[in-house]
Design a protein around this ligand. Structure first.
Ligand SMILES: [Cu+2]
Length: 386
């Protein structure tokens, strides 16, 4: 029952974030939907004659992009709107028990209009109002009871397919819920490891592209080995009718999704999610674990932390890991566990090492505070000229 409280507590936090997202109402900036890929609909709609004043698209992403020599995208206009960013430090407590339990998890499909980038809003479809949805944490052998509610205010049906499930559809076929409906199903967590869950209501590639995914970790009996700090990050890409950097409300582009031409590639649902809004913070000497998933729907992630080495990568079973890997591929619809120890203080950048995607948002900052050890790295790069 303890785990139930923890999970529901996490969900409650996410719900609070969503409440904040729902108000105030966002301005509707006219954007004509167009069937021409690559066209700039909002530019056509507003069409001021004067040349736009260059404004930094994102200070954090720009910094990350410059660090690796990638030109940032066209500028956007800064606004301050609610967002759906899941806090990467919002991770449920680790499993420490050894006896299986019944774990009850309640999730709510929420359609939320919020900011995707400075000046650009988007009608997200989410679990519990955040991207990614809350991290779920259960133990091998647990009976997991999933209850999915579709808010009455939503516009379409949803369901949930958890990759941790052994059974047809992974839960999708038995959780189809129209707006206002609630359904429950149970499964036994047989295979320990990290997994993605997502909405699979037809067409599933559309629901995923709107932001409906999250992670579920099935820990082994007794739990994963203890670490000092844990984070939760999920990559996803966005297909907007307007070009990246266009301001206003952005619509979903089926044409660009079909062509796999993403305008944005983000960690946790916003261009600036892990750079300006919620960067990762840790301390030198700590062991760090990142639950890193990829919602996709189309693009694989080549996950890399600039200036560090993944001491261990667990793509599946907690008993099987890769040591000393620098970049690890996480396909769409998959999650891996990354562990490393911080040896040197300073700023590190999480990236998809398909590096042009950094200019589309696939960057996060991790700051490590602590004592400098010149025997490990010298001189201090924050004092060095470039
Ligand atoms: Cu859905």
């Amino acid at each position: 029952m303890k785990i139930r409280v923890l999970i529901l507590s996490s969900i409650a936090c996410a719900s609070l974030i969503v409440s904040g997202c729902a108000t105030p109402p966002l301005p509707k900036v006219a954007v004509e939907q167009t069937s021409t890929p690559g066209s700039s609909a909002s530019a056509a709609a507003s069409a001021p004659a004067a040349a736009p004043t260059p404004v930094a698209l994102s200070e954090g992403v720009e910094t990350a992009a410059k660090r690796i020599g990638v030109e940032p995208l066209e500028p956007a206009v800064p606004v301050d709107q609610p967002n759906v960013v899941a806090d990467p430090a919002q991770v449920p407590a680790p499993i420490t028990r050894t006896e299986p339990q019944t774990v009850k998890i309640a999730l709510e499909a929420k359609e939320v209009e919020a900011e995707l980038a400075d000046g650009a809003t988007y009608a997200f479809w989410t679990f519990d109002g955040t991207v990614p949805g809350p991290l779920l944490r259960v133990m091998e052998g647990d009976t997991v009871e999933i209850t999915l509610t579709n808010s009455i205010s939503n516009t379409v049906s949803h369901n949930i397919d958890l990759h941790a499930v052994n059974g047809p559809g992974g839960g999708a076929a038995v959780t189809n819920v129209a707006p206002g409906e609630t359904k429950t199903f149970t499964f036994q967590a047989l295979n320990p490891g990290p997994y993605i869950y997502h909405c699979a209501f037809p067409p599933p590639f559309h629901h995923i592209a709107q932001g409906m995914y999250g992670g579920i970790v099935v820990e082994p009996k007794g739990g994963l080995a203890p670490v000092d700090r844990e984070f939760y990050v999920v990559q996803g890409e966005w297909y907007t009718t307007g070009k990246a950097g266009d301001k206003g409300n952005q619509l979903f582009s089926f044409d660009k999704a079909l062509a796999e031409q993403a305008e944005y590639v983000t960690f946790n649902g916003h261009l600036d999610a892990l750079t300006k809004l919620k960067p990762l913070q840790a301390k030198v000497g700590e062991t760090v674990r990142i639950f890193f998933g990829n919602g996709g729907p189309n693009l694989g992630s080549n996950f890399h932390l600039i200036g560090e080495i993944w001491d261990k990568v667990y793509p599946g079973s907690p008993n099987t890991f890769i040591e000393n890997e620098e970049t690890w591929y996480v396909p769409p619809g998959s999650m891996s566990i990354f562990e490393f120890k911080l040896d040197v203080p300073g700023s590190y950048t999480l990236v998809d090492h398909a590096l042009w995607r950094v200019a589309k948002g696939a960057a996060g900052l991790l700051t490590a505070e602590g004592e400098w050890d010149p025997a490990i790295y010298s001189p201090d790069p924050t004092n060095a000229s470039h």
